[in-house]
Design a protein around this ligand. Sequence first.
Ligand SMILES: Nc1ncnc2c1ncn2[C@@H]1O[C@H](COP(=O)(O)OP(=O)(O)OP(=O)(O)O)[C@@H](O)[C@H]1O
Length: 234
Amino acid sequence: MSLLTFTGASVDPLWHDLTLSVEPGEFLTVLGPNGVGKSTLLNAVLGTRSLTSGSVSAPHRIGFIPQQRMFDTDLPIRVRDLVGLSIEHGTMSRRRPRRSTIDAALAEVGASGLADRRVGTLSGGQQQLVRQAQAMATDPELLLCDEPLLSLDLSAQRAAVELLDRRRREQDTAVIFVTHSINPVLAVTDRVLYLGPDDHVTGAVDEVMTGPVLSRLYGTDVDVAEVNGRMVVV
Ligand SMILES: Nc1ncnc2c1ncn2[C@@H]1O[C@H](COP(=O)(O)OP(=O)(O)OP(=O)(O)O)[C@@H](O)[C@H]1O
């Protein structure tokens, strides 16, 4: 049985009649222009945004890396307490999280050294690592990642993609990855969902990332060029 299923799902006026199943361990990359409804799609999975028609069926344990917003500088909470809250209030358990569970989640994303810092005093990239740890801490069956590479340097971007890829290979966690550039996840993407202004298309990278398909989606001439193994949409 599929892990996540959209059936004739719409959020008016953004996207319509989306029918899509995501399997355990699958890496689905979601692309599309600003404001087309990519974050809304994740919110529909989380249940924080209602569909205007159709249905969505999602698993219980979902990890979420939200689109980056900085924590307030004065927020009086340490990194380890924030990650602990995710575990405590996640769907996995209502027990007080063990220190070792929090430490393991921070170590997994390379943020052990941040555990006792106040979150509001961390840099943008460091805060992104904390959000990764929060998402991983609940042992998710599905990870929803909204532009998770923002603010990360090149090596932290690679580490983040490797972490997600390892997680889906070893734990069968499905990953939905919203991004403006497919290049960092080109090698790990199984399928692309491309949301356009009036329609959407789903398929393997080489089926979707073509001039004719994207021209139809955007309603104007679009070329896809490959330069040194990277895709450029012009
Ligand atoms: N809760 C809401 N109620 C009504 N409209 C909303 C709500 N959340 C977002 N929107 C609107 O829906 C549209 C799509 O927003 P969304 O954030 O899903 O786009 P996106 O594709 O993720 O964009 P970007 O690439 O710029 O992050 C925007 O016009 C936004 O203002």
